[in-house]
Design a protein around this ligand. Structure first.
Ligand SMILES: Cc1ncc(COP(=O)(O)O)c(C=O)c1O
Length: 324
């Protein structure tokens, strides 16, 4: 599920262990220390920051609080497979927008907006294709759509981006009243099990969302660990891991291509292999070798970048199937 292969930094594990003696106490119901720290780090007012049980939970909650008047949520047709479920759970109707090849099609998305559009969901970089929207394309899109249509920009994999033309969504959203950015501590920070993510949203959207959020979320450990992640020493460690992972991503892509396997250009911690009809066979071969990849029958295969040893094992499996 695109988790990092690295366990959380040791400082975080120690914090969780130490917190076990406080389990009888409720978490902060405002998460004020974490929200304050995130706001400071991102250079936005605290009133624009929401935290929640993972970015998936936050996306569902945002879709819900943007309703119920308009029903449609535009989602890219080949994207995070939870989007249709999150929209439906929030009382909305997911409307898939066709892709332009492996990319999200922002012209088609703009054309699909109607008076019944509750919001638009975009994923940057996109899961499962790993492809990313560049600054120009995104800005042009945001400039031309009606300003009253909220856009939720899901940046779950932002920390793995290496191309400077892929914009920082929080920067892109500054001064715009309709752009919500969601991020997570699950991937780069290695806290998937704790369920904590955050969103930066315009204050008129944040206010009602804050009022309808579940009480006592996120839990104490999640809040404390996320706060600790913002410590400069931990941040530096996480950044170094992301840089190393991006280098492994490049190596994996290069080596797969050299073995005749098609690989899409990825800015995330996974690579997408557009294998079409052979996707199922590739997935099955990997499973036989004890490697779990995510197959999309008839479309492609998503491979999460692992440790160098994990990636070597995958490459060995591919070599065995299709020798150079
Ligand atoms: C694009 C995307 N958004 C959100 C999530 C959910 O992350 P979280 O653990 O923060 O709920 C995932 C998890 O795989 C994802 O791929």
């Amino acid at each position: 599920m695109n988790e990092t292969p690295h366990p959380p930094p040791p400082a975080l594990a120690a914090l969780i262990t130490a917190g076990a003696g406080r389990l009888h106490r409720y978490p902060s119901n405002t998460a004020a220390p974490l929200i304050g720290a995130l706001a400071g780090r991102l250079g936005v007012p605290a009133g624009q920051v929401l935290v929640g049980p993972g970015s998936a939970g936050l996306i569902q909650h945002l879709i819900q609080s943007l309703g119920p008047a308009r029903t449609d949520v535009l989602v890219p047709a080949l994207s995070f497979e939870a989007y249709p479920l999150l929209a439906a759970n929030a009382g909305a109707r997911p409307v898939p927008v066709p892709m332009a090849g492996l990319d999200q099609d922002l012209d088609a998305t703009a054309a699909a907006i109607t008076g019944n559009t509750r919001c638009v969901l975009l994923c940057n970089p996109n899961n499962p294709t790993g492809t990313a929207l560049r600054r120009d394309t995104l800005e042009r899109f945001l400039d031309r759509i009606p300003p009253g249509v909220p856009v939720i920009l899901d940046e779950a994999y932002r920390e793995f981006v290496t191309d400077p033309d892929v914009p920082d969504g929080v920067d892109l959203a500054r001064g715009r009243g309709n752009v919500c950015v969601t991020r997570t501590f699950s991937k780069a920070y290695g806290l998937a099990a704790l369920r904590i993510g955050y969103a930066v949203v315009p204050e008129p959207i944040a206010g009602p969302a804050r009022m309808t959020g579940a009480v006592f979320f996120p839990n104490t450990f999640a809040q404390d660990a996320a706060l600790a992640c913002l410590d400069p020493a931990v941040e530096a460690e996480v950044t170094a891991r992301c840089t190393a992972l991006a280098a492994e991503r490049r190596r994996l892509a290069t080596e797969l291509s050299a073995r005749g396997v098609p690989v899409a250009d990825s800015q995330a911690n996974f690579v997408w292999l557009p294998l079409g009809d052979t996707a199922e066979e590739f997935t099955a071969r990997c499973a036989q070798a004890g490697i779990l990849v995510r197959g999309y029958p008839g479309v492609g295969v998503r491979v999460t970048v692992g440790t160098a040893a994990d990636n070597d094992r995958l490459l060995d499996t591919v070599t065995a199937v299709a020798p150079r």
